[in-house]
Design a binder for this molecule. Structure first.
Ligand code: ZN
Length: 339
């Protein structure tokens, strides 16, 4: 049987936040919001367990956005005065907070939801944090003047929180680095190094998720410009293969990523994206098993983890639930076919 996991985010229930949005507004505030976040977390822990996933996440119910959720607890960031900035090499515009001084963590960032997750499942748990390079690409810098130096500063803060998450009992700590697929040369030159700084001292399993973005229109349009062979992974995977990171999560189904690039990750566990998050069509077991079979040409079976291509935050709840079931049923079929 293959291990199964989600990349990270799941759709927020309509009573918690606006639906179908990447930066949704919360529906409550104060203590009421804190409780609603945990209620939604419990709902998705149960849904993942019912679907049969072997690794359970918090679905990122407690953060508005996968990067900005972390930044809200960082001193040196002006969150009140957001500015519009082109992100991911100007692929789309976002309202981002500004870095205005030296960065320092105010305290724990994800303690409540991490401990809640650990307390409510006996299965393996995974918790996600944004990677340093992707954070740098999702804030406006008015202080450091150098992306690499700022990434290093963020990596030190991420490391503090990651070590605390490990102490909370989390089994897998994953850093999300979609920026690695945009700034490939920088990723190879210093992005992976900053990632390793963020993971320094961790003895739990460490992972990095590198995708082509959420299933939003700007990303779908961008993918159409990438040609019939997406070779972005080719520059970063060899560097990751030499790193101390244990697992790599990549996009596979309905992508133009040549599957042989997975062979560049020899020695690593590979979370293969067998669920498309840019389509509401639910994958058949046959389709999921077929994607796993293609990946097995380049990934040893004991190293393959069936996963989603990316987070499912902007999707509908019903579709996401159906896709969780499709993921597990397809992985089971693939195992059966292998005998
Ligand atoms: Zn992703």
């Amino acid at each position: 049987m293959f291990a199964t996991a989600i990349a990270g985010s799941l759709p927020k229930p309509s009573w918690l936040a606006e639906t179908h949005r990447l930066w949704p507004r919360w529906r409550a505030e104060g203590d009421e919001l804190a409780q609603a976040k945990l209620d939604a977390t419990l709902l998705w822990i149960k849904a993942q367990e019912d679907a049969g996933l072997t690794v359970i996440g918090d679905g990122e119910m407690s953060r508005q956005h996968f990067v900005h959720g972390f930044l809200e607890q960082v001193d040196g960031i002006d969150f009140l005065n957001k500015v519009e900035m082109g992100i991911r090499a100007d692929r789309y515009k976002a309202m981002v907070p500004q870095v205005v001084g030296p960065l320092r963590l105010r305290g724990r960032v994800h303690e409540a939801e991490a401990r809640f997750l650990r307390a409510h499942t006996t299965r393996r748990t995974k918790f996600t944090l944004p990677g340093p390079m992707t954070i740098v690409d999702t804030v406006a810098d008015r202080h450091y003047g150098d992306r690499r130096a700022m990434a290093w500063a963020f990596a030190e803060l991420l490391n503090q929180e990651a070590l605390a998450l490990q102490a909370d009992g989390i089994d897998v700590i994953q850093f999300d680095e979609p920026a690695f697929n945009v700034y490939m040369a920088d990723a190879a030159a210093w992005g992976v190094q900053a990632l390793e700084r963020a993971a320094q001292g961790l003895t739990c399993t460490t992972a990095v998720h590198i995708c082509y973005g959420y299933g939003i229109q700007a990303n779908i349009d961008w993918k159409k410009t990438l040609g019939d062979q997406w070779r972005q992974y080719e520059q970063v995977f060899p560097v990751l293969a030499r790193s101390r990171i244990d697992q790599v999560s990549l996009e596979c189904l309905h992508s133009q990523v040549p599957p042989e690039l997975m062979a560049l990750l020899a020695g690593k566990d590979v979370m293969v994206g067998v669920i498309d998050v840019a389509s509401d069509t639910v994958e058949s077991s046959d389709e999921v098993a077929g994607t796993i079979a293609r990946a097995l040409q380049f990934v040893p079976r004991e190293r393959l983890i069936a996963c989603t291509n990316c987070g499912m935050a902007p999707m509908s709840r019903a579709v996401a639930e159906a896709k969780l079931r499709a993921l597990v049923e397809g992985a089971a079929l693939a195992a059966t076919r292998l005998g």
